[in-house]
Ligand binder design. Structure first.
Ligand code: ADP
Ligand code: ZN
Ligand code: ZN
Length: 752
């Protein structure tokens, strides 16, 4: 059988899908796989040029007789481009989607409308000294250095571009002069990229014993050439960031580079400045506000060795460092590490795959590790490292759980419990600050009783049923239909609580704006700030609210998830969690995990300074294990409860799950396609697979597109990948299904 390879010639090109097919000579077959660099004859003259293998296939794309042969495999094909292409191939295989989508995710693409990053070079020494220096350079025939300095003597500020392009001076020369403090490179993108504005304070925290032990453990492995994935479980404030920086310093000292992934929402000025403080302008920041051109420039700087450390959200993982040493995922439990656009990759697994290709290692860090990662640590796939105490030895905050059912019985109809009201008053008197957290993410339409806390759940799947809405935003007008979005089970929504007969059965509605009004009314003298999507929509709005609160221009900050992450307000001594339940019954199996994480992270916000903190958790389910264990800040206890549930119901990580999503402009074809495939699967699925559904997605219709789902479970992820390939093949043969799109989501994290 003949084999062919799709080869890409110019990977910086916008059209990554422009490939050329070559035949693989038999003797090269074993050496040709995605990412490998090859020499191929090109054009009329068959000039030999460089290309990268994207895919290997046994199907010729056109007349076999006209397909040329690969000339040779380049022996040391370990170029960064090859690594990234191999990574893209890995992503396509494990997450579905096309090779082109994977490549576009992984490879920085140069676009024609490139926006220039504004960087300026400043002379930092006096004219006299500069002239003396110039004479030295001329004498030593350091022509490039001399040329640059001459120019700077005439124009003390020059744009970086002018220097590199017009003066033909390389980045290396600029860096050399910068190191000798002759000049300074200043980037004025925004404060998140404050290169060289910052004067390195040369500060250095001395690690405490626990931190040192963690660093030594990793170091010992690295010294022996062992490349592992570590799970650093450290309570909030235990000093994980210091540990990261120590490991990064090691890597940089040995000539390697590091990528630090941080969810964008936690990528705060404070965090960024800590890295700058230690590593100065060898650090670069990536964020979603950069234009594609700016992103490309950043990647270029990484590839050219101008920086050693890239900090950013998910997409920073693809920074083309030539010798990657380690990847850190901070807050590894965050759901933003899972990509929604295709390919639906998870940055954690993808980081591990990239590290493997690059000979690097991975550190996952969290105060509340994902159940997935902790399970893998338990199974020995990751190595667990623990830091159980706060670095500055502050005690963990004291936690009160308030039963909202009792409040209602006592006649308190306010959303603020008596306890919380009293504590707020006390803090206001002491001029200390208060955070009030409203959990809105979980409000996906489940139905609960305000009198007894009862929530209507699916009898088969142990997730909350959700009130069926056809349109994305149509209000919930009960009585409606309750649906399970895993198995399709449906029932009529009750008008009275089946447990206690109360008619207060509906969704819990408490927006941040309403809460702000209520709090202002109850505490008229308090200065109240609100942080939600509305108040932070404008550019810089988010930082404005945060810095106003940090400057103590307000006493109370009310907000959603945004206020929970990563901020360090030393004067906050009280955290109120207004309705802890709202994420507990989100209609998917990770709801309890999310609740525990949120409560623990929220609790970690109180008492970061010298004053001890207190936390009030208000809930209708004080007995639920996610609330009890969060109250005690006992991760291990939470994990044991949760993994037992997952085991019982074969949910990830004990088993794996793939979501098959059908989308179409019409409801009927979407439903028909799902039913058709389900019928075929029912007949052909080997033992070990379990199919659930088909059912309508939680939001059955988004932007006029209908969505149907099928879930398939199997203990082995590889088997699900195998099944995906089979389904894709099956679907391809039914070419009449053009108006329907079928995509896959492995171990889905975001409600569909
Ligand atoms: P985490 O990332 O685990 O939440 P951080 O690294 O942010 O923790 O550390 C929490 C606080 O403790 C920070 O203010 C940090 O400067 C301080 N800190 C960390 N390690 C030490 C140390 N070894 N000595 C003194 N202070 C430390
Ligand atoms: Zn009830
Ligand atoms: Zn169900």
């Amino acid at each position: 059988m003949a084999y062919f390879a799709d080869i890409i010639i110019d990977i910086s090109h916008e059209k990554l899908d422009h490939t050329f097919q070559y035949r693989i000579p038999n003797e090269l077959f074993a050496q040709v796989y995605p990412g490998v660099q090859v020499q191929v004859p090109f054009g009329k003259g068959n000039r030999l040029i460089r290309g990268f293998v994207l895919e290997v296939t046994d199907k010729a794309g056109f007349d076999v007789n006209r397909i040329k042969e690969i000339h040779s495999v380049t022996a040391d094909g370990v170029e960064i481009e090859g690594q990234l292409i191999a990574l893209a191939a890995w992503m396509k295989k494990n997450y579905g989607g096309t090779m082109n989508q994977a490549l576009k995710t992984v490879i920085p693409i140069k676009r024609k409308t490139k926006q220039k990053e504004k960087r300026m070079i400043y002379l930092c020494i006096g004219q006299k000294e500069a002239k003396k220096q110039l004479a030295v350079f001329l004498e030593k025939h350091n022509t490039a250095r001399a040329r640059l300095l001459e120019e700077l003597l005439q124009h003390p500020e020059i744009s970086y571009e002018v220097v590199t392009q017009k003066l033909n001076v390389t980045a290396g020369v600029i860096r050399a002069l910068e190191e000798r403090k002759i000049l300074k490179v200043v980037c004025d993108l925004d404060y998140r990229n404050p290169i060289a504005h910052f004067k390195s304070k040369e500060y250095h925290t001395v690690l405490n014993e626990v931190q040192q032990k963690v660093v030594d453990t990793v170091r010992a492995d690295v010294c022996q050439g062992i490349k592992k994935t570590y799970l650093l479980h450290g309570v909030t404030g235990s000093g994980k960031t210091e540990v990261y920086m120590e490991l990064i310093a090691d890597a940089v000292a040995s000539g390697r580079q590091a990528i630090v992934l941080i969810p964008e929402i936690a990528l705060t000025y404070q965090t960024v400045m800590r890295f700058y403080g230690r590593f100065g302008n060898r650090v670069s920041i990536m964020n979603s506000r950069l234009s594609p051109g700016e992103r490309y420039d950043q990647f270029l700087r990484a590839q050219n060795g101008e920086i050693d450390i890239m900090i950013g959200p998910r997409s920073a993982l693809f920074t083309p460092f030539p010798k990657l040493g380690l990847v850190i995922l901070d807050e590894e439990h965050e759901s933003s590490y899972k990509s929604e656009p295709l390919p639906r990759y998870h940055a954690r697994e993808t980081a591990i795959a990239r590290a493997k290709l690059a000979g690097a290692y991975v550190v996952l860090g969290s105060a509340t590790p994902s159940v997935d990662s902790y399970y893998k640590a338990e199974c020995g796939e990751y190595r667990l490292l623990e830091m159980k105490q706060r670095a500055k030895e502050q005690p963990l905050p004291k936690c009160h759980v308030i039963d909202l059912r009792e409040e209602l019985k006592k006649g308190n109809r306010s959303v603020l419990s008596i306890r919380l009201q009293n504590l707020i008053e006390e803090r206001l008197a002491k001029k200390q600050q208060i955070l009030l957290f409203i959990n809105r993410r979980g409000m996906s339409g489940f139905v609960s009783c305000r009198a007894c806390g009862h929530v209507i759940k699916c009898p088969h799947c142990d997730v909350a049923l959700s009130l069926h809405r056809r349109e994305e935003n149509s209000g919930a007008s009960a009585p409606g239909k309750l649906l399970c979005h895993y198995c399709g089970h449906s029932e009529t929504a009750p008008t009275v609580c089946p447990e206690c007969g109360s008619k207060y059965i509906s969704g819990f509605k408490a927006g941040t704006q309403r809460m702000e009004e209520l709090v202002k009314k109850r505490f008229p003298s308090a200065r109240v700030l609100r942080m939600d999507l509305d108040t932070t929509r404008n550019k810089g709005g988010y930082e404005k609210v945060l810095s106003a609160f940090a400057n103590q221009e307000a006493d109370i900050l009310i907000g959603t998830q945004m206020i929970v992450k990563g901020h360090d307000f030393p004067n906050v001594t009280l955290m109120g969690i207004l309705a802890a339940d709202l994420s507990m019954y989100a209609t998917d199996y990770r709801a309890a995990e999310r609740t525990f994480q949120l409560l623990t992270q929220a609790a970690g916000r109180a008492g970061r300074g010298d004053k001890p903190g207190e936390v009030v958790i208000q809930t209708y389910n004080p007995g639920h294990y996610s609330i009890q264990t969060a109250k005690e800040q006992n991760y291990e206890a939470f994990y044991q409860e949760e993994i037992a549930v997952r085991r019982l119901l074969s949910y990830p990580p004990v088993s794996h799950m793939v979501l098959i999503l059908f989308t179409a402009e019409q409801e009927k074809p979407a439903k028909q396609a799902a039913a058709y495939l389900a019928g075929w699967l029912r007949k052909t699925l080997p033992a070990g697979f379990r199919m659930i559904g088909p059912a309508s997605a939680a939001i059955a219709k988004v932007n006029d597109i209908y969505r149907e789902v099928i879930y398939i479970k199997h203990k082995d992820y590889g088997q699900l990948v195998w099944l995906k390939d089979k389904i894709e093949q099956f679907v391809q043969e039914k070419t009449d299904a053009k108006q329907i799109s079928i995509t896959f989501d492995f171990d889905p994290m975001n409600g569909i």
